[in-house]
Design a binder for this molecule. Sequence first.
Ligand code: NAP
Length: 521
Amino acid sequence: MLTPYRPEPYVNFVEPEPRQMMIAALKTVRGQLGRTYPLRIGDKQIATDQKIASIMPAASETVVGYVGKATREHAEQALQTAAKTFKTWSRVEPQTRARVLFKAAAIMRRRIYELSAWMCFEESKSWIEAYADTCETIDFLEFYGREMVRLGGPQPVTPYPGEDNEVLYMPLGVGVVIPPWNFPLAICTGMTSAAIVAGNTVVLKPASASPVIAAKMAEVFEEAGLPPGVLNYCPGSGGEIGDFLVEHAQTRFVSFTGSRDVGLGIFARCGKVTPGQVWLKRSVLEMGGKDCILVDETADVEAAAEGIVAAAFGFQGQKCSACSRAILHQDVYDAVLQRVVEHSRKLTVGDTTSEENLYMGAVIDEAAYKKINEYIAIGSKEGRIVLGGGQDARTTVPKGGYFIPPTIVAGVDRNARIAQEEIFGPVLAVIKAKDFDDGLEIANGTQYGLTGALYSRDRFRLERARHEFHVGNLYFNRKCTGALVDVQPFGGFNMSGTDSKAGGRDYLLLFMQAKSIAERL
Ligand code: NAP
């Protein structure tokens, strides 16, 4: 019997048992570095001449693994295979499709430390960030499986005399799934599993910075009994095969999570009808953010400072939900800033595959390292660096990887570049607000609208914020990161995407179309 969905619990790595389990898993994974993972198209595993090397961010000379690099011919083969398999998979009972997800969840639960350890290597996630990523992956599988059972059952319609009426949710067809690297197991699995449990078949083009953990996911689905051809694992460069997959006439929908600019390109290309295409392509686009925490003069200063630090620097600030702007009421500006700096100075930074349970690892790759440092240089002109940024000897970081210390820039103007553009790294812009109204205006004053938090003890301000703080995920008196599946369905407004609410009860409908059937009695 299906039990109600519950989020997977976290462990505490201060306790000896989880700590030992993690150290053992890191050792196991270290022994498996450098292997090669082929493409998976239908029942074939295809070795390619060209490969993508997945580099360890914390030790840039270490290769986590090599994956096959698909050409356009491979991409074509994957689409044709997915189209052929759709004919059978779309007719498999929803309940049976859901069981594949439940089985995959059970396998992942058994391998939770090992899968998390892969993310410490491939992403430089801290132990708890990696573990939370795997928990979220399991949550998506458990939740979407249950949702499909619900949506696969009878749907309510108003009875009409002399007729038997019903509404069926039908799958769409072949989907191209393009995830980002930053939640390389959770988002990749969430996007993929939602599409396939709804009865679609998928060509998955994982992010080039995290293709090994995506290969592990494909292995798990195979072990869980997913028929060949339902999920086609097709790594390759976004520029080389991404456009091709998106524009192809066989593609029925594109599910994308990533940056604003790439998302806008996909949005435009999905709007163009390719010769031979007989449908309007659907696009589900989840994009970037410039999220903030607003603190008013009634707030608990200490709680606000702790929330800002966790949301700004957890996983090196590389979350779409990360707090990259702290907007502080002038009366508490100095007090909150001081506590934020004090807390941030104590954060540990290093290679998270060591035996030490560190708070922060390296940023994902050389391009990110350069881009973030360029923003820090811009920030040094747009405000005053009060921590990090290479200026502060107390926050020096290790060598050999793409390490950037937690960096705080105070006295930033609301329209400064570092207050408007997504940096996607451990850089916090601190902005002063005259009063609550001014703070709300600053909070809403970007092109994005993903997450935000308000720390306040004023009931009527909290109520106003419910309506006027224009973000898809709003939090009161807590940090703006860490959304849980079906507890806080996730997705943003404006240039943050189509507000598709991953991990919510509307999500699977994005991968289906409703058919009304009436029979005269
Ligand atoms: P990205 O550079 O936009 O890449 C995302 C994916 O798109 C990757 O798989 C990438 O492949 C692919 N891609 C690149 N160019 C393409 C093209 N022309 N056609 C088709 N696909 C293409 O983003 P990222 O650096 O991986 O991820 C970070 C971004 O994701 C941030 O902006 C973050 O805010 C956002 N994000 C949003 C959410 C959300 O829920 N709203 C969640 C997580 C992350 P390659 O890797 O091969 O280039």
